[in-house]
Write a protein that binds this ligand. Structure first.
Ligand SMILES: [Zn+2]
Length: 304
């Protein structure tokens, strides 16, 4: 993912009514289970696109979602890359809502291909958001609560570029998925895209790219506040290129839930310091619970 300096702006839902009061039940996010999932993902080793480890991890993700009882599809495709023609796979997991209209909740699961000899776990960049998505699926399925919108959890392959981002390098999975989405029936519109990326930093500060959809961003900040976590969320005074970008270019409201300050000066990013020691379960909880608070928010359900 690449940063663009943009400007200097700093800046089943179970409802029940009793005695005229109304209460919304939001499931609890289990951060210890999310951490166990993260450790499992890291155990596959470096997981760059087109490698055997990447495909083994993809199969683990799909099998886990199926075990949780969710409808799961493996969407394979090939792309010509600087490494030659590579096999990619997006994993799509659907939880039906009251409406056919859907929101996409996405994370990339591939890891950056680093030079041989660099010990790279991708515990934050790749595994953290992937583990949170899997735990969200498990939690929502177990809760039995039907969300208002259909939820499409998409695990994108090929977010990382091999050399530098461009028309033929990087965002392979999200670009492919967005192209498929364009060709789909408009009767089932995509109302929003929520991307999670690098959400495990033990020194967590989520900063939404400044060009994120304002209404969605405000809903997310309120969802964080309801969990007592407002201090961990803010805007980044810059735009980012990430898996939300292909959908943003289609005019769909997007937010990218990312902490792009991993270690001093982001020095842990794409380095051997992106390891389990620099991750915390508490950060997974903050992000996972905020996502649940948002998904099961009445305002979110009504206003999209
Ligand atoms: Zn990366």
């Amino acid at each position: 993912m690449r940063i663009f300096i943009f400007c200097l702006i700093c800046s089943g839902l179970l409802l029940f009514t009793a005695c005229g009061s109304k209460e919304t039940r939001v499931p609890d996010f289990d951060e210890q289970n999310a951490l166990r999932l993260l450790l499992k993902l890291v155990s596959f080793g470096p997981r760059s696109s087109g490698t055997a480890a990447n495909l083994r991890q993809a199969e683990f993700i799909a099998a886990a979602a199926e075990k949780y009882g969710a409808v799961t599809a493996r969407r394979k495709f090939k792309c010509m890359t600087e490494e030659g023609l590579l096999q990619f796979v997006n994993i799509e997991v659907v939880i039906p809502g009251r409406q056919k209209a859907f929101i996409i909740i996405g994370s990339h699961f591939d890891t950056k291909k680093l030079p041989a000899g660099v010990k790279f776990e991708g515990a934050n960049d790749g595994a953290s958001s992937t583990a949170v998505l899997l735990e969200l699926i498990r939690t929502i399925k177990d809760s039995g609560i039907r969300p208002e919108y259909t939820l499409k959890f998409v695990f994108f392959d090929g977010e990382e570029c091999f050399t530098s981002y461009g028309a033929n390098d990087g965002l392979f999975g999200s670009k492919h998925y967005a192209r498929q989405l364009k060709a789909q029936n408009p009767a089932s519109p995509c109302r929003a895209v929520i991307i999670l990326d690098m959400v495990g930093d033990k020194d967590l500060k989520i900063t939404l790219p400044i060009d994120s959809d304002k209404r969605l961003s405000e809903m997310l900040f309120k969802a964080a506040d309801r969990g007592g976590n407002a201090q961990y969320f803010d805007y980044l005074p810059a735009a980012l290129l990430d898996d939300h970008t292909p959908f943003q270019e289609m005019g769909i409201p997007v937010i990218d839930i990312i902490d792009f300050e991993f270690g001093p000066g982001n020095s842990f990013w794409h380095s051997s310091e992106d390891n389990i020691k620099n991750i915390s379960a508490k950060s997974l909880k903050i992000v996972g619970q905020t996502a649940l608070n948002l998904i099961f928010d009445e305002e979110f359900a009504k206003k999209l």
